[in-house]
Structure formats: C-alpha cells, structure tokens
Write a protein that binds this ligand. Structure first.
Ligand SMILES: N[C@@H](CCC(=O)N[C@@H](CS)C(=O)NCC(=O)O)C(=O)O
Length: 213
C-alpha cells in the first residue's frame, strides 16, 4: 500500500500510528507529498480531489481519503475490533474520543494558519478563540482521564495521543501538563507504545517550522 503524506502532518501521523498498532506498517510505503491549504497541488489532487494528505492507495486499487477512513480500513484489515468496535455503544465512545483528538488537531492547524499569515492579515479573534478552545479540550480530557484509560488502545485514544504530541511538537510554549497532571501521566504512559514511539514527527522542511502545515 502507498500512503501519500509527510512525516510532519498530524493526520498522516495518525495513520502511521494506526498502521503500526494494527501490525501493518511493513505493508505501507510513505510517498512524501507536500501540500498546503494555500496551494493547489495537481499531483495530489489528481488522486484525491481534496488535495489532502493522508491518502492511501490500497493493494486492490482503492483510494482512501481522510485519516479516519484509512484507520477504519486498517483496523478492519487487521481484524482489530478493539481498535474500532462494531458494537454501537463502544463505537460511539471511540468515535467521540476520536472527534476530540482530531478536533484538537484541527484547532491547532487553524491557529498555525493564522500565525503563518502576514501580521496585517491575522484575525486576532480567531487566535484568541482557538487558544481558548485548546484549553477547553485539554481541561475536558484531564477531567475524564478515566474514560481514556478504560477505552484502551483505539483509533480514538491514539488520535488524542497524537494530538497531544502535536501540541509538544508545534506549541512548545504551551505548558499544558502544568495544571493537568492526570492527562500528563496518561500521555506519558501511552506514548511509550512502540507504535507512537517509533513513528515520531519529523519536519522535512525545518525552515518552515512554526508556519502553516
Ligand atoms: N480530515 C482530514 C484532514 C487532512 C488535512 O487537512 N491534511 C492537511 C495536511 S496536515 C492537508 O492535506 N492540507 C492541504 C489542504 O488542506 O489543502 C484527515 O483527517 O485526514
């Protein structure tokens, strides 16, 4: 299988981590494609009209778009119902946790996009609201760490762990652990999993660090 993406994208990292957790990493080759929401990238758009990564080419010729779609496919391939349950209640729980993790990533991307703009085009209200939303999500997760613990290793909890790692990768100035020791302890334990440890963020374009990605 061929995965279009980068080693710096949090959505692509979700897929790399999902694949590792499902024991499928050795079946996936990363095909580096740099994209940017302010660019039209014809080579990626010819495959995925959204022009986004991650996009997965499966061995049977399917093109799968979006990190969750790919994660559900990988969990299914590996027969890992613990990662993506079929039972409705358990599935809703995992989907909610996934929504928190990937939603947190979406807000961070929005913030980076604003930060990357020329000063006169930055929308300060968006920066303020996005920062407040990041705080709210972190507080919510910290208040209910028991839910993360009881869920185990799913597409949901893996997404939350990747989102927290992205916070450390791109927002080093946010000391999120200071008043959230329970979440900090959960994250520290969870990121020791080989799937997360062996697939870190790498910035292929360090000169752009802190800018839009
Ligand atoms: N919901 C998508 C988001 C993917 C996404 O936005 N990826 C970024 C890279 S970090 C991208 O492709 N940006 C280019 C664009 O939006 O045009 C997912 O979970 O895969």
């Amino acid at each position: 299988m061929r995965l279009l993406g980068t080693n710096r994208s949090p959505y692509v990292r979700k897929v790399r981590v999902f694949a590792a957790e499902a024991g499928l990493s050795d079946q996936i080759e990363l095909d580096i494609r740099k994209v940017h929401m302010a660019n039209f990238t014809p080579d990626v758009s010819a495959i995925n009209p959204l022009g986004r990564v991650p996009t997965l080419f499966t061995d049977d010729g399917r093109v799968l778009m979006d990190s969750l779609t790919i994660g559900v496919f990988l969990a299914g391939q590996a027969g890992r119902k613990d990662m993506w349950p079929s039972q409705q209640e358990a599935l809703l729980r995992v989907m909610n946790t996934h929504a928190l993790g990937t939603g947190l990533i979406d807000i961070m991307i929005l913030l980076l996009v604003e930060k990357g703009k020329p000063q006169e085009r930055i929308w300060p209200e968006v920066m303020t609201a996005a920062t407040a939303k990041i705080t709210a999500v972190l507080d919510y997760l910290d208040a209910d760490v028991a839910a993360l613990e009881s869920e185990g290793c799913t597409l949901g909890t893996l997404s939350v762990a990747v989102a927290l790692d992205y916070l450390d990768f791109r927002f080093k100035d946010i000391d999120w652990r200071i008043s959230r020791s329970k979440l900090g302890r959960w994250h520290e334990k969870f990121i020791a999993r080989p799937a997360l440890r062996d697939h870190p963020f790498v910035d292929e374009t360090p000169a752009l660090a802190g800018k839009i990605r």
